[in-house]
Write a protein that binds this ligand. Structure first.
Ligand code: ADP
Ligand code: MG
Length: 357
C-alpha cells in the first residue's frame, strides 16, 4: 500500500491564543513531501496545538496552511485526507480490531468486502495478521498502538499526524516501535508529522526536527545539525546536555577567563557561548595539550549510569561542567572522586560557538 502522492505542507504565520497564552506565535514551517518531520519541545510548547491546526480540529487566530497547492484552513477535518494517531489510542472499545481499523473506510462508504481486504492489508503492515477478530481490550499497549496506526493509514492518507504515540509504552517497546515506525514510514512514504517531547526519540526517527518552545519555532534542521550546531541556548540545553561558557572576543581572539580558546578551523559556529557537551570532553593528563583547550576545576559529583559515568566539575569561575566517561570495569577505580582537582580537555575540532539568541 505504498503512497503514490505524498504532499508538502506549508505553514505560514500561524498564531493561536488562549486568553493571554500564545499557544502558537507566528509559526512558519515548510514540511517537504514524504519527509518525517518531528515537532520537538517541552510540555506546553504548542506541539499538539500545531498538530490540531494541521488536522483541522483547531482553527488558528491567523495564518495559513496548505497541503500541496491547496489552502486547507477552512476545510473540515474529514475532508483533509489526514491520518491521525493519538497518544491514548482513542480506539472504540466495543468494536473488535477489524471494525476499528475499517471504521474510516465504512465512513467513506466503501463496500464491505473491499473494507475487509483493505483491513487485512493494514493488519499486515502493522504486523498484526490474524488479530482482526480480537477484542480491543484483549490487546497489549503496543498492540493497541499498532491498531490505532493501522486505522490511521488504512484509507491511504497523504499526510500522517502522530501525537506522542509511544509515550504510554515502556522503554524497551518504545525503542522497538520507534524503529518500526521509521521503517513503516519508509515503506509508505507519506508526509509524516510526529510530535514528541523526547529528544532521543526525535533524533532516532526524524528526517528533520522542528524544535519549538513557547509557541515559537526555535530551529529546523536535520538531527545531527540540531545536536552539533544548536542555533541558540534553548536548543543546546533541551537536546542533549551542555554547558555554555560565555566567551569574550578581544582583537579577534576568543577567550574564556582571559585564556585564548583554540578553535576549529573553518566553521565552528558564531556566537559568544562555547558549548561543552559531556561526551566531547576528556580527562586531560598533565603536559602537552597543543590541540586541546584546558579547563581546571574540582569534582563535585560522580554519577554512575551503567555504561558510563557522569562527572560534574566546578570550574574556577563557578560554572558547572559535566564530562561523560565510558565505564570499563577494570578501570573503575580510576574514576575521580568528589573533591579531586582535575583538568578537562576540549579538542579544538570539537569547539562550537552558540549565539545568545
Ligand atoms: P504541548 O502539546 O506542546 O504540550 P499544547 O499545544 O497542548 O502543548 O499547549 C500549548 C499551550 O496552550 C499551553 O500553555 C496550554 O496550556 C495551552 N492550551 C492548549 N489547549 C488549550 C485549550 N483548549 N484551552 C486553553 N489553553 C490551552
Ligand atoms: Mg501535547
Amino acid at each position: 500500500m505504498a503512497q503514490e502522492k505524498a504532499l508538502p505542507i506549508t505553514i505560514r504565520g500561524i498564531t493561536k491564543t488562549y486568553g493571554e497564552v500564545f499557544a502558537l506565535d507566528d509559526v512558519d514551517l515548510d514540511i517537504e513531501s514524504g519527509e518525517f518531520l518531528t515537532l520537538l519541545g517541552p510540555s506546553g510548547s504548542g506541539k499538539t496545538t500545531l498538530l490540531m491546526v494541521l488536522a483541522g480540529f483547531t482553527r488558528p487566530d491567523s495564518g495559513g496552511v496548505s497541503f500541496g497547492d491547496q489552502e486547507v484552513i477552512r476545510m473540515p477535518p474529514h475532508k483533509r485526507d489526514v491520518g491521525m494517531v493519538f497518544q491514548n489510542y482513542a480506539l472504540f472499545p466495543h468494536m473488535n480490531v477489524a471494525a476499528n481499523i475499517g471504521f474510516p473506510l465504512k465512513l467513506r462508504g466503501m463496500p464491505k468486502d473491499e473494507v475487509r481486504s483493505e483491513v487485512e492489508d493494514a493488519l499486515t503492515v502493522v504486523q498484526l495478521e490474524g488479530y482482526g477478530d480480537r477484542g480491543v481490550e484483549q490487546l497489549s499497549g503496543g498492540q493497541k498502538q499498532r491498531v490505532a496506526l493501522a486505522r490511521a493509514i488504512v484509507f491511504k492518507p497523504r499526510i500522517l499526524l502522530m501525537d506522542e504515540p509511544l509515550s504510554a509504552l515502556d522503554k524497551k517497546l518504545r525503542e522497538r516501535m520507534q524503529i518500526e515506525l521509521r521503517h513503516l514510514h519508509e515503506q509508505l512514504g507519506m508526509t509524516t508529522v510526529y510530535v514528541t517531547h523526547d529528544q532521543r526519540e526525535a533524533l532516532t526517527m526524524s528526517d528533520r526536527i522542528a524544535v519549538i518552545n513557547d509557541g515559537r519555532l526555535m530551529q529546523l534542521d536535520k538531527p545531527r545539525a540540531i545536536y552539533d550546531r544548536p542555533a541558540n541556548p534553548f536548543v543546546a540545553n533541551f537536546i542533549g546536555e551542555s554547558t555554555l561558557l560565555p566567551v569574550a572576543e578581544v582583537n579577534g581572539t576568543v577567550t574564556f577567563d582571559g585564556i585564548p580558546i583554540k578553535l576549529a578551523e573553518g566553521d565552528q559556529g558564531i556566537g559568544r557561548l562555547l558549548m561543552l557537551r559531556p561526551e566531547r570532553l576528556v580527562f586531560m593528563p598533565e603536559g602537552d595539550s597543543a590541540q586541546f583547550n584546558r579547563f581546571n576545576g574540582t569534582v563535585t559529583e560522580v554519577v554512575y549510569q551503567g555504561e558510563s559515568f557522569l562527572v560534574y566539575v566546578r570550574l574556577a569561575g563557578g560554572e558547572e561542567v559535566a564530562v561523560r566517561s565510558v565505564s570499563q570495569h577494570r578501570s573503575l577505580e580510576a574514576a575521580p572522586s568528589i573533591g579531586d582537582e582535575i583538568s578537562l580537555g576540549l579538542h579544538r575540532d570539537e569547539t562550537v560557538l552558540v549565539s545568545e539568541a
